[in-house]
Design a protein around this ligand. Structure first.
Ligand code: PSU
Ligand code: MN
Length: 307
């Protein structure tokens, strides 16, 4: 397919897509609003290098000067990592930042949509959004779920953090018809930890199996995305019991400050880094590295099913 004319692709990404070579999309909210500077830009660069090292082309996605960009340079990554003015952009925010010529860091939802417009079916991140704890009152359910229900992209993550209600998030994904496959485990992972208390809706043991599920889904005309949960490597795990107290404290601090809406996830991520003295950041970077390797393998396997 020809990428949408409003997108600006790097030559490297455009050539790979034209030739049917594996490409991996990456989001930018994780850079601008998910980690502190300069760890965020170091992570962004390293993840691109890992993906290249695995034989795929990285395509980090963001809106810069109102232009949706697919593939970024070193200066762009530095800007996204350090400029306080970069907005967090989910799908509902895309028209506004584009119309105003502003900068925006795209969430999982907005990145999926732009990746699909470019023709990239595999996207790697750390964690996806979902149903927030207390959503029965707040109605706070991430647009990441809506997008997974309608946009044809497989999203590789380390599962769902327990800042969210993991059980309700899995229920919502089922309602939306989104396959949730867990790599090499019978339990759905909770980001920092390989366990969550929720069993894996479906298990796969290789990148080729994920690619086969993607191909089967879309061949059947079942539009929408897939959640590919890749549990954090054992060596980097923070036990669920240890992180639970930290997350409860971060949630209590958020309530005390009256933080709501789109600011909740960035606040909680930052507060968890503070409360763990950086331990959570090391785990976060480690799981993104592992996801980059697995995502590149999925992109290669899926490209083989097409070629
Ligand atoms: N979870 C993380 N790290 C992140 C995010 C979530 O562990 O960086 C970001 C992603 O960009 C995700 C967004 O799409 O937060 C979800 O925000 P919201 O809940 O406002 O939809
Ligand atoms: Mn929200």
């Amino acid at each position: 397919m020809t990428p949408h004319s409003m997108l600006e692709l790097t030559g490297e990404v455009a050539n790979a897509l034209r030739d049917g070579d594996p490409v991996v999309a990456l989001e930018s909210t994780i850079i601008s609003h998910g980690m502190p500077y300069p760890d965020n830009v170091a992570m962004a660069r390293e993840v691109e290098d890992i993906i290249r090292g695995c034989g795929a082309v990285p395509a980090t996605i963001a809106v810069l000067d109102g232009r949706p960009r697919v593939g970024l340079g070193a200066d762009d990554l530095e800007l996204l990592a350090s400029d306080e003015e970069v907005a967090k952009v989910s799908v509902r925010d895309l028209p506004y930042v584009v119309a105003r010529g502003a900068h925006g860091a795209t969430t999982v939802a907005a990145t999926m949509r732009l990746a699909a417009l470019a023709g990239i079916p595999v996207f790697v991140t750390g964690g996806i959004g979902g149903v927030h704890r207390g959503a029965t009152q707040s109605f706070d359910i991430s647009a990441d779920l809506t997008e997974l229900g309608r946009t044809d992209v497989a999203v590789v993550s380390a599962g769902v953090k327990s800042i969210l209600d993991i059980g309700l998030t899995l229920e919502a994904l089922e309602t939306l018809g989104v396959p949730v496959v867990v790599h090499g485990s019978d339990e759905f992972p909770s980001f920092y930890s390989r366990s969550s208390g929720h069993s894996a809706p479906m298990r796969v043991d290789s990148a080729a199996e994920v690619a086969a599920v993607m191909a089967a889904k879309w061949s059947l005309g079942l539009s929408g995305g897939l959640v590919v949960a890749n549990p954090i490597p054992e060596a980097d795990e923070i036990p669920a019991e240890q992180i639970a107290g930290i997350i409860d404290r971060a949630l209590a601090d958020m309530d005390a400050l009256g933080i709501q809406g789109k600011d909740t996830t960035p606040y909680l991520l930052g507060r968890i880094v503070e409360l763990t003295g950086g331990e959570s950041l090391a785990a976060n970077v480690a799981l993104v590295r592992a996801n980059a390797r697995f995502g590149a393998a999925i992109a290669a396997a899926y490209a083989r099913t097409r070629g």
